[in-house]
Design a protein around this ligand. Structure first.
Ligand SMILES: *[C@@H]1O[C@H](CO)[C@@H](O)[C@H](O)[C@H]1NC(C)=O
Ligand SMILES: *[C@@H]1O[C@H](CO)[C@@H](O)[C@H](O)[C@H]1NC(C)=O
Ligand SMILES: *[C@@H]1O[C@H](CO)[C@@H](O)[C@H](O)[C@H]1NC(C)=O
Ligand SMILES: *[C@@H]1O[C@H](CO)[C@@H](O)[C@H](O)[C@H]1NC(C)=O
Ligand SMILES: *[C@@H]1O[C@H](CO)[C@@H](O)[C@H](O)[C@H]1NC(C)=O
Ligand SMILES: *[C@@H]1O[C@H](CO)[C@@H](O)[C@H](O)[C@H]1NC(C)=O
Length: 630
């Protein structure tokens, strides 16, 4: 009897201890915008992002590994490069929500891992292209609560239609999308902070993305702000012919923007900034509520975007998807436990590092991480510690200077209908070295087998393509960078984190190089010069391994993440032909709506009708299926 009672007490105590430990795990709140640049000044106009920077840390060299939304969001949620998720585009056959689920990746991604660690997991806003009026049910797996935008309404700021937990979609009449999600986010955080559980909530408005049928639509109350704003006139803004001649593929063929096109670039830039003021208010309210609830200091608040954006740079009118700095870097600001106020870090990192970082925050033991992470946890760097750990299983934090950025298929020029628009082929593979002593961008494009090399330390605006007339030294360097690209274009796991050993093994006995400087030794000239060049056989719409030979080592062709996902061959996609909900007349997001609550928003909300849902239409895609924007 006595024995039994004691062990009961012990068990009860142990349980209470676990609950306490779980309750004190930090919360994670992520605001992820859509297409926000880090290099063209967009965060300068956001007072509350600035405040977050002052109270937290800014990562100045945070990259995405593929610069378009659906592939980048997938890499973020899986901790893997796009060549391993095989989510390589926004539409079938390259990617989209149904490709993600067809491969079973929705059974093994961030929300499941966080739930296992005791977290309540919630997702609001845009998730991936192809989550639409036909595919909203069942709700995305892993999340305790989802409230997600549905195509074709995802990019319609004044026409908000979402599905809560896979239920019949609701139309939120009379409100701007950013206000709807501000109100929803606050209501969820009210609820989350009442639970005795740590939480992860991702809030993903589509601002400042262009609308499906035209330019960005800010909230009405911000349409008269920042009227003098212009796209920055950096040295790579709309360059003259001599400079543009350095570019390859379709970018090299762009005409210089004329006065009316430059006017459009400025106008679009201004609309984007105005749209971001709405997100800034969302951040303001979220921070205030977390503080009010007394949980702010035990919460990691992360402000970022899914990919960057270009405005007038290299003669492009607007958009993303290029390998250049404006498209591939995103804002990354973190406030939370152990993070020094006002810290600025130049250590490079990427979105594939975020999932391992969250697991470390959640106290998951490295041996319990999923086996397939290509990224590494950044937590010790965020805490200002230098780590010498080699980052096995994505733990520890070996500072990484080598970044692989990749792209497959078409690209759009956002916003302006009369500008040369869809570029059918934009496939490339690149390697970046981001170091304090040297920094390079090396790219191999599909079209024309073209090569670029920029010294991004001396030439931060990526103007002078050193591959056009290379010196002997640049040729030696390109042989090394090609070697790194050969390894990283198909790397998995530890090889992505540390690609040099793979090359070293093949370089023969006695070879020893741990970094670019050591690899530049003359005795390796023969080895690197003899490696095959990275290239594509044909310019295709998606990743098809035989099209991308050679692989290095050759067995890498059989990897590409296939061990941890199912096949995606000939998966169908679905959409509907429903009638559109009648859009709002006039402009939503008035000053009177600044503090609209969820109850206010719900007053004029209604379920969509059967006619609006329509009948399901299927597409089995040898080429692109329609997919509702990018
Ligand atoms: C890495 O993960 C594997 C399989 O998940 C596990 O067996 C191993 O112990 C882990 N290694 C470290 C260093 O945590
Ligand atoms: C500028 O270029 C556009 C094509 O994008 C053309 O329609 C327009 O007429 C041009 N304007 C001027 C002033 O040349
Ligand atoms: C690139 O060059 C290789 C080798 O010459 C060739 O096999 C391949 O077809 C070329 N690719 C394209 C897209 O032109
Ligand atoms: C990637 O997806 C495409 C389209 O579904 C498929 O044909 C291809 O075989 C896949 N590649 C890999 C490496 O899984
Ligand atoms: C949608 O329909 C359901 C089921 O009839 C109902 O419970 C819900 O309140 C409706 N939602 C709105 C916003 O009208
Ligand atoms: C949608 O498709 C169904 C079945 O093909 C058809 O009966 C219906 O008329 C279509 N609706 C619209 C709005 O086109």
């Amino acid at each position: 009897m006595k024995f039994g009672a004691t062990s009961l007490t012990a068990a009860a105590l142990a349980l209470a201890g676990e609950a306490l430990a779980a309750a004190s795990k930090p919360n994670i709140v992520v605001i992820m915008t859509d297409d926000q640049d880090a290099r063209l000044g967009s965060t300068d106009v956001q007072k509350h992002v600035q405040k977050l920077m002052a109270e937290g840390m800014t990562l100045q060299n945070h990259f995405v590994t593929t610069a378009q939304c659906c592939p980048s969001r997938t890499s973020y949620l899986r901790g893997q490069a796009a060549h391993n998720t095989n989510l390589t585009h926004v539409r079938a056959p390259g990617g989209g929500w149904e490709k993600f689920t067809a491969m079973g990746q929705d059974k093994d991604y961030l929300p499941h891992w966080l739930k296992k660690a005791g977290y309540q997991t919630e997702y609001l806003g845009k998730i991936m292209n192809g989550y639409n009026m036909a595919t909203y049910a069942p709700k995305p797996l892993g999340w305790d609560h989802t409230d997600i935008l549905l195509n074709p309404y995802t990019y319609e700021a004044n026409n908000v239609v979402t599905s809560i937990n896979g239920e019949r979609p609701v139309f939120y009449r009379g409100f701007h999308q950013t206000d709807v999600f501000r109100a929803k986010a606050l209501a969820r955080i009210e609820h989350l902070t009442s639970l005795d559980k740590p939480f992860y909530i991702q809030i993903a408005p589509t601002a400042p993305h262009t609308q499906s049928d035209g330019p960005v639509v800010p909230l009405e109350r911000h349409m008269y702000s920042l009227l003098d704003a212009k796209a920055p006139r950096n040295p790579n803004f709309n360059p003259d012919d001599a400079v543009q001649a350095n570019k390859v593929s379709w970018v090299g063929r762009l005409h210089r923007l004329n006065e009316s096109e430059v006017g459009f670039v400025d106008w679009q830039h201004r609309s984007r900034l105005q749209a971001l003021l709405g997100v800034d208010e969302m951040l303001e309210d979220v921070l205030a509520l977390l503080e009010d609830k007394g949980v702010l200091d035990n919460t990691y608040v992360i402000y970022t975007s899914d990919n960057g954006f270009h405005s007038g740079t290299h003669r492009q009118i607007g958009g993303k998807g290029l390998p250049y700095i404006e498209d591939t870097t995103v804002p990354m600001v973190i406030r939370g436990p152990g993070i020094k106020a006002g810290a600025v870090s130049k250590i490079p990192s990427t979105h594939i590092d975020m999932a391992p970082t969250y697991l470390e925050i959640a106290g998951v033991r490295p041996e319990d991480y999923p086996p397939f992470f290509d990224g590494r946890s950044l937590l010790s760097e965020w805490h200002g510690k230098k780590s010498s750990d080699c980052g096995r299983n994505g733990t520890g934090a070996v500072s990484k200077e080598i970044l692989n950025v990749e792209f497959w298929g078409s690209i759009d020029n956002a916003g302006k209908p009369d500008f040369p628009r869809g570029q059918p082929q934009n496939s490339y593979k690149t390697i970046r070295i981001v170091g304090e002593k040297q920094a390079w961008l090396f790219s191999r494009w599909c079209e024309g087998n073209a090569t670029e090399l920029y010294n991004t330390l001396d030439d931060p605006y990526e103007l002078t393509n050193l591959a056009l007339n290379p010196t002997a030294e640049h040729t030696r360097l390109m042989h090394r960078l090609n070697g790194l690209l050969l390894v990283t274009k198909s790397c998995e796991r530890e090889v992505c984190r540390r690609p040099w050993p793979t090359l070293q093994q093949e370089a023969g006995p006695g070879a020893s190089f741990r970094n670019l400087d050591e690899a530049m030794a003359a005795r390796y000239d023969g080895f690197f010069a003899a490696l095959p060049q990275v290239g594509f056989q044909e310019c295709m719409f998606y990743q098809y391994a035989p099209n991308e030979v050679p692989f290095y080592p050759p067995a890498a062709q059989l990897g590409l993440g296939t061990q941890w996902r199912g096949s995606s061959d000939n998966y169908p996609t679905h959409d509907t032909n429903g009638t559109k909900v009648p859009g709002n007349p006039g402009r939503m997001g008035t000053a009177a709506q600044r503090h609209a609550t969820l109850a206010d928003v719900l007053k004029s909300a209604r379920n969509v009708t059967n006619a609006e849902i329509g009948s399901v239409v299927e597409c089995v895609a040898p080429n692109y299926c329609p997919g509702g924007g990018d």
